[in-house]
Design a protein around this ligand. Structure first.
Ligand code: FAD
Length: 380
């Protein structure tokens, strides 16, 4: 392996650690901004959390309180359509964007109260009475107590988004190194400046390094003296194929969602457990999830079973991503900890990473997401 990534002439160089949706999106925006990018992945690209996702762009359905995280989700949601259109133009592939919203159905009194509470601050949402909801989605259980209709919470197919991004960055000339674990970040003695990475194949140097290693990120910051309060959150999903399409919108209730994909299949998800780095699906969890989905949409009981899988969400203790820079390690940009919303947050994250790399003002105030909160012990 080359020990010098400045082979690209006068372009500034950047190494991106982690080839999930966040790393690939960052590589794409950095490439557009004129950086020579090297993307380093310990396995194959997009084989972890990013292709285990359901692909919901759920700014409204996923946030439980107003504030900077909701605003970041909204920003990304607003960027999404144009971003995928552009990626499709560059790659010739489709991310399978579906511009149908989410029906967030309440099945219990408690859930109804929580959802009604969101109406005071959430945008693009309306309360729908049970009869109206059944008109929107006639296959829903008649036990539904009404709920929110969230027309802006569209979805993509994460596997196709990944293919689209991979093709786009390859066309841009990004150097992609798969099966190459980064063992540690290389610092300049004295200043602490990040100068590159030590990989299984040798050292590699660049002007900047982006940390986009998902649930594995803490292993790389620990030697810098920064303990990121992050942990893997196992999520199990399944794909079912009803004989004929059952729903137009994504149907979501507490603990279960069903996302109808363009090919007629539905992604049903997702469990949420802390089980270390174990990502084997289990019969019990899949059976329970199927029972929940069939209680929500009774005709799903007879759907063809297609497949099941699990992935590891990059969870953080305070539920916020680590996005920004850290004074103690200049040259390092953090883009990790996107937990349940990394697909949604990809375009905004990538834009912000490129802005930071260029030293430009960022599209969002990064104070709530600063890695310094881990050093200060306020992220736990
Ligand atoms: P990952 O995709 O995990 O990528 C990190 C990459 O870094 C991995 O490929 C890993 O191999 C690599 N890496 C780690 N360490 C190293 C190293 N030392 N050297 C080199 N490479 C390294 N989000 C949504 O927005 N909408 C959804 O509907 C949704 N549904 C989900 C459903 C499930 C079941 C799950 C599991 C997640 C879901 N998510 C959803 C969350 C979303 O998938 C994640 O937030 C997102 O994929 C995180 O992307 P990432 O690139 O940070 O992580």
């Amino acid at each position: 392996m080359s020990t010098d990534s400045s082979h690209t002439g006068t372009k500034p160089t950047v190494i991106i650690v982690g080839g999930g949706i966040i790393g690939c999106s960052a590589a794409y925006e950095l490439g557009k901004a004129g950086f020579a990018c090297t993307l380093i992945e310990k396995g194959a690209l997009n084989q972890e959390a990013s292709t285990a996702a359901a692909g919901m762009l759920g700014a409204q359905s996923e946030t439980h309180r107003p504030g900077p995280f909701y605003e970041l989700c909204r920003l990304s949601q607003q960027l999404y359509r144009a971003w995928t259109d552009e990626l499709e133009q560059v790659s010739g592939l489709t991310a399978q964007y579906v511009a149908e919203g989410i029906v967030r159905a309440a099945l219990t009194e408690e859930d109804e109260a929580e959802l009604r509470g969101r109406l005071s601050w959430i945008r693009d949402a309306e309360w729908v009475q049970p009869a109206e909801m059944l008109k929107l989605e006639p296959e829903l259980t008649d036990a539904v107590r009404g709920g929110l209709y969230l027309p802006a919470d569209h979805h993509v197919h994460p596997v196709w988004l990944a293919k689209t991004l991979q093709a786009a960055i390859a066309k841009q000339g990004c150097a992609i190194r798969e099966w190459t674990p980064v063992i540690r970040l290389l610092t300049e003695p004295g200043s602490g400046r990040i100068r590159g990475v030590q990989t299984s194949e040798g050292p590699l140097y660049a002007d900047l390094v982006v940390l986009a290693a998902g649930a594995w990120s803490p292993a790389l910051t620990e030697p810098l003296g920064l303990s990121l309060p992050m942990f893997p959150v196992k999520g199990q999903c399944m794909s079912l194929k009803p004989e004929a399409p059952l729903i137009r919108s994504t149907v979501f209730t507490k603990g279960c969602y069903v996302v109808p994909k363009r090919d007629g299949s539905c992604i049903v998800g997702a469990t949420q457990t802390e089980a270390g780095f174990d990502k084997r699906p289990t019969a019990k969890a899949i059976a329970e999830m199927h029972a929940k989905a069939a209680a929500l949409l009774p005709r799903l009981a007879d759907a063809e079973f297609v497949s099941t899988w699990a992935g590891l969400r990059p969870g953080t203790r305070d539920g916020l991503p680590f996005l920004g820079t850290w004074d103690a390690a200049p040259g390092l940009i953090f883009a990790t900890g996107h937990y349940r919303n990394g697909i949604l947050l990809a375009p905004a994250t990538a834009r912000i990473v490129a802005e930071l790399a260029q030293g430009r003002p960022t599209s969002a105030d990064l104070t709530p997401f600063t890695p310094a909160r881990a050093a200060a012990g306020t992220a736990a």
